[in-house]
Ligand binder design. Sequence first.
Ligand SMILES: Nc1ncnc2c1ncn2[C@@H]1O[C@H](COP(=O)(O)OP(=O)(O)OP(=O)(O)O)[C@@H](O)[C@H]1O
Ligand SMILES: [Mg+2]
Length: 382
Amino acid sequence: MIKIKNVSKIFNGKKVLKNINLEIKSGEFVVLIGQSGSGKTTLLKLINKLIKPTSGEIFIGEEDISKRNSISLRREIGYVIQKEGLMPHMNIGENIELIPKLLKWNKNEMENRSKELLNLVGLDPIDYYDRYPSELSGGQRQRVGIARALANNPDMILMDEPFSALDPITRENLQQEILSLQKELNKTIVFVTHDMDEALKIADKIAILKDGEIIQYDTPENILKNPINEFVENFVGKNRLWKNPDILQAKDIMRKDFPKVTVNGRLITALEIMDKANMKYLIVVEKDRYKHKENAVGVIFKWDITLKAIDEGATIEKIMKKEFQSVFFDEKLTNIIKLIEDHTLKLVVVTDRNKKLLGVITANRLITMLARIIPQGEGLND
Ligand SMILES: Nc1ncnc2c1ncn2[C@@H]1O[C@H](COP(=O)(O)OP(=O)(O)OP(=O)(O)O)[C@@H](O)[C@H]1O
Ligand SMILES: [Mg+2]
């Protein structure tokens, strides 16, 4: 865990970090994002003691890092510095082996590790191990910088715009690699980027910085759905939900105050509820044995309730449709659209994992929802 408590940093009389509070849990992937000069790099340098805070405290685990030896601390934290920062007079292998060498690994062990890492970042060791940094492209040097940060397998890695010089395909591959590495080995990663799409894709949590302050620190989902102010809204981009529709889940779209009737109610009651609510359908529910929850058992549509059925004393159970589709509350928007389209459904029922009824999504509701997130002035093509 990294805990940053009331940390400020002043450079030449200018406060570049203002009372930062930030808690990063072990195994979390946290992304710092913000305009140039907002203090992202400064914050990373504070975490591995390359610089000291003007005031405030930083803890790693339970330990106040001001009490720790800087060199040994730095060896425990992988750091990909902004602008890769390779040693020009060392070849690629030696660059990657910098820390393992200080830690006195044996030569074979080091070499195997750096070759493994070169493969990981997509550079063929046979070709690249002996080259010098000046013989590599900017993107290739950046990848060596990433390999170097991983060399001694640190639990914690700070990455300062590690992918900024990479083409979109290499970038996406490395994003995937880093993500699976982080999840599999439970690494704690603090990652700086300017790219909101990248942040949304990889972060467990995003901290948005502005002029040395953290404006919002939240999950990608909450940043998109509930930006704390106009700055965040603009920063995230108004059309972002449209570009990331799967951030929306069943629970965000469903209607919670849907009309319903109990299965042993009278048919005429069902009709009355529909008329009052101005609805063409009702969800038919049944309380479970302990009355802890309501389950959906069917859907009854207005056009199926005929006078004849009422006259003949038909029950709700007889008239209702028992075949209906239900989804869990966290089902993604695109899957729901597909379900409704594939089965030409009027509605789907939303439940929790115990099948407790939570809400209803109708085709109409979906259209309204999509209209709300569709970018202004951008129509559909067909
Ligand atoms: N060593 C230093 N001495 C004086 N001022 C500094 C120093 N390092 C950073 N600053 C200033 O602190 C502020 C924050 O810099 P920082 O490098 O943390 O920004 P950043 O968010 O990483 O920006 P970028 O996205 O451009 O990398 C800037 O105004 C910068 O000029
Ligand atoms: Mg920076």
